[in-house]
Ligand binder design. Structure first.
Ligand code: UD1
Ligand code: CA
Length: 459
């Protein structure tokens, strides 16, 4: 769809009291991203030429986070939360005389698809002064009902509290998304009053005002899922489940095998190559990209990591931000990797911590190896050269450099650099006492013999 440039107004000034949270409602995350960011992304993807964000005076954190995520926004502060009509009125001056269409949407509907927004805007360009995005609600309680005439145009939106018995039975509802042609509608906003059950200025009242002036209002439609508005933690969980389903479907359609999709949790930005296999109970935090031919065994947790082609991970691996696993590398069970590069073909197969490090091409990190990267105040780097072999249960005290092809004897505590191809041993030397064990056993045997003789005499 190719719409004329339009502006978007995103309403987020509401208090969100039902979340019972110190965090503003629109900053609660779904699939690793604040709800508001989902809405702003959808508006951007639909082609909004500019976005005006309406917040309340105390929502400094909302403005900061939206700006920090790189969205180009004009901020408008709605001094008092007098209703959605008042919020849109407050936003209008920020449109700087923009004469085209305007799309109004709410910051708490994270599942909106950009295609649906495009269709709503297109509904305005077709000659209607207004287009409302409607949906069929399984249970319409709480939503504004769309009142239609015989031509299918809407003549009014009735909010729950003002609806008659008969109107409450209507299941075609207002999603909260509305598009209008600025020139036609600006004056109508002035006509909206607050003489209603809530004492608020309802944006939805512009439909009746338009109707009275023979300006027609059409509708676009979407599914109920897509416009789920999050007002409570329970609805947040519902949104999360719906979005996870969507993300998994997209991943599988792109060539990912999931043994138990319902147990795999993805982030909004998780990306996969082809022929990736994911076993049950794998969690992806944000910032993960996975190459092709990768196997991720069960119970692994990944965040902020780039995984190259043909890598094997887990089971029970933890990959933390700043990590890169290059082609064909292997991270096995109970291995934690943080801010480290595991170069091509390198392996850490069991029980290790690799933090602030490079593991060179083809190197092998033995079970129980720890990079001691933290001295209590600062982090230090461990550099393991290509083809190096780190014996099991070694502690590499950073900063330290292990040369290419070097060997570290098992159980070593390495505090100094090791030259390429050298063997380093840093552990107590082994002492051997020939025949000691046999003599010791003999002694034990004699003691127990003497003891049992004594007991027979007593008895
Ligand atoms: C609104 C619609 C209703 C629709 C429903 C869909 C109105 C009057 N009603 O009702 O028809 O079915 O959404 O979910 O529009 N906001 C502000 N400033 C305010 C008041 C609200 O920015 O002064 C923002 C809120 O942060 C929220 C959005 O506007 O993002 C909607 O407000 P809310 O109070 O949740 O409206 P509903 O009662 O859900
Ligand atoms: Ca709402």
């Amino acid at each position: 769809m190719n719409n004329d440039p339009f502006a978007a107004i995103v309403l987020a000034a509401g208090k969100g009291t039902r979340m019972k949270s110190a965090l503003p409602k629109v900053l609660h995350e779904v699939a690793g991203m604040p709800m508001l960011a989902h809405v702003l992304s959808a508006a951007e993807a639909a082609g909004a030429a500019r976005i005006v964000l309406v917040t309340s005076p105390e929502q400094e954190s909302v403005r900061a986070i939206a700006a920090g995520m790189g969205f180009e926004l004009t901020n408008v502060i709605q001094q008092n939360q007098l209703g959605t009509g008042d919020a849109v009125k407050a936003a209008l001056p920020a449109l700087d005389g923009h004469a085209g269409a305007v799309l109004v949407l709410c910051g708490d509907t994270p599942l909106l698809k950009s295609k649906t927004l495009e269709a709503t805007i297109a509904g305005v360009n077709e000659g209607n002064a207004i287009c409302v995005l409607g949906f069929e609600a399984a249970d319409p309680t709480g939503y504004g009902r769309l009142l239609t005439d015989t031509t299918g145009h809407i003549t009014d939106i009735r909010e729950e509290l003002e609806a008659s018995e008969a109107e409450r039975k209507i299941t075609f509802c207002n999603s909260g998304v509305m598009a209008f042609r600025t020139v036609k509608v600006l004056d109508l906003l002035e006509e909206i009053g607050s003489d209603n059950a809530k004492g608020e200025f309802y944006l939805t009242d512009i439909i009746a005002a338009a109707s009275a002036k023979d300006l027609s209002a059409g509708t676009a439609r979407c599914t109920e899922d897509e416009v789920l508005g999050v007002n409570s933690r329970s609805q947040l969980a519902q949104a999360q489940a719906l979005l996870q389903d969507r993300l998994r479907e997209t991943a599988m359609a792109g060539g990912v095998t999931m043994h138990a999709p319902d147990t795999v949790f993805l982030s909004h930005d998780t990306s996969f190559g082809n022929d990736v296999t994911i076993e049950p109970n794998v969690i992806f935090g944000s910032g993960v990209s996975v190459g092709s031919g990768v196997t991720i065994h069960g119970h692994s947790h990944l965040a902020g990591v780039i995984v190259g082609d043909n890598v094997t991970i887990g089971p029970f691996a933890r990959l933390r931000p700043g990590s890169r696993l290059e082609e064909g590398s292997k991270i096995g069970n109970f291995v934690e990797v943080k801010n480290a590069t595991i170069e091509a073909g390198a392996k850490a197969n069991h029980l290790a911590y690799i933090g602030d490090a490079r593991v060179g091409t083809g190197a092998n990190v033995g079970a129980g190896t720890i990079t001691c990267n933290y001295d209590g105040a600062r982090k230090h780097f461990t550099d393991i050269g290509a083809g190096a072999f780190i014996g099991s249960n070694s502690a590499l005290v950073a900063p330290v450099k292990i040369g290419d092809g070097a060997y570290v004897g098992s159980g070593s505590v390495i505090t100094r650099d090791i030259s390429p191809d050298a063997l380093a041993l840093a552990r107590a030397p082994q002492v051997e006492k020939p025949g000691w064990a046999a003599r010791f056993r003999e002694k034990l045997l004699n003691i127990s013999k003497a003891k049992s003789q004594k007991e027979t005499i007593k008895g």
